[in-house]
Ligand binder design. Structure first.
Ligand SMILES: O=C1O[C@H](COP(=O)(O)O)[C@@H](O)[C@H](O)[C@H]1O
Length: 261
């Protein structure tokens, strides 16, 4: 069942990143207190990396027990290990290399020079198996119930590597698929599908900057998920759109009344 999106609009992208980082610390600490560990799905892109950079300098970051945190990815650019365009490379640089994570709990998506070579579909199937192994009987299918799953919203409404009208966004069975011919480079990618995204307790969609304004307005105004994948991303318990005022500037007034001048 979909959860209605809740909107939080911040003044600018820096404040949005800091507030989202603070929110994430709280969620992780609470999950670790109630279940012993926490699981978070990271996103690539400018807003996701901005959040990680803000988390790296947040005074409360040491409240997290980093050794009891599982990290997964919503998507990956299918490139060689260490490529600067890989989402995991950028996440390591922004945060992961500076905190004491358990390397066994950092579940990066396969690289194009890994065990599956350049076969992106085999790489996607292997990641699906890794997710299925991590899922327990208390979960709702072949993926863990992630505590927080973050998604940067692209200017074309894509989330993860689910682009409008491409086959990946139509997938209803598999949890992870290979993407061929993505309109944003690189064309070959690995992505969670909408069913996997919807297994999360909380889904956070991040959108900051003017170039995200139209995408946010479309996705939040009743568009279909095939045409606007962000519209199909929701969590089991909560769906949160974290925006800055530039990204919120084209939202219908019924969703976000801008302050009067
Ligand atoms: O390529 C990608 O782009 C999106 C959004 O990125 P942004 O820079 O426009 O914020 C991101 O969500 C996705 O993870 C990434 O692979």
């Amino acid at each position: 069942m979909s959860t209605a999106p809740q909107l939080v609009v911040h003044r600018d992208k820096e404040l949005m990143a800091q507030a989202a980082a603070a929110r994430l610390i709280t969620r992780i600490v609470d999950a670790q207190a109630s279940r012993g560990s926490a699981s978070v799905v990271l996103t690539g892109g400018r807003n996701g990396n901005g959040l990680l950079a803000a988390l790296a300098t947040a005074p409360a970051r040491d409240a997290i027990d980093w050794s009891r945190l599982d990290l997964w990815w919503g998507d990956e650019r299918f490139l060689p290990e260490g490529d600067p365009e890989r989402n995991v490379t950028q996440a390591r640089e922004a945060l992961l290399d500076s905190v004491p994570l358990d390397p066994k709990r950092v579940h990066a998506m396969p690289a194009s020079n890994g065990p599956h070579g350049t076969d992106v579909d085999a790489a996607a199937a292997a990641y699906a198996e890794e997710l299925a192994r991590a899922a327990g009987p208390e979960n709702h299918g072949p993926v863990p119930t992630f505590d927080v799953l973050m998604l940067g919203v692209g200017p074309d409404t894509h989330v993860a590597s689910l682009f409008p009208e491409l086959p990946a966004v139509r997938e209803t069975d598999r949890t992870v698929v290979g993407v061929h011919g993505a309109p944003k480079p690189p064309p070959t990618r690995v992505t969670l599908t909408l069913p996997a995204i919807r297994a999360a307790r909380e889904v956070w969609l991040l959108a900051a900057g003017e170039d995200k304004a139209q995408a946010a307005a479309i996705a939040l105004s009743g568009a279909g998920e095939i045409q606007a994948p962000a519209a199909g991303a929701y969590g089991r318990g909560r769906t949160l759109w974290l925006l800055d005022s530039a990204a919120a500037s084209q939202l219908p007034r019924s969703l976000y009344p801008p302050a009067s001048a």
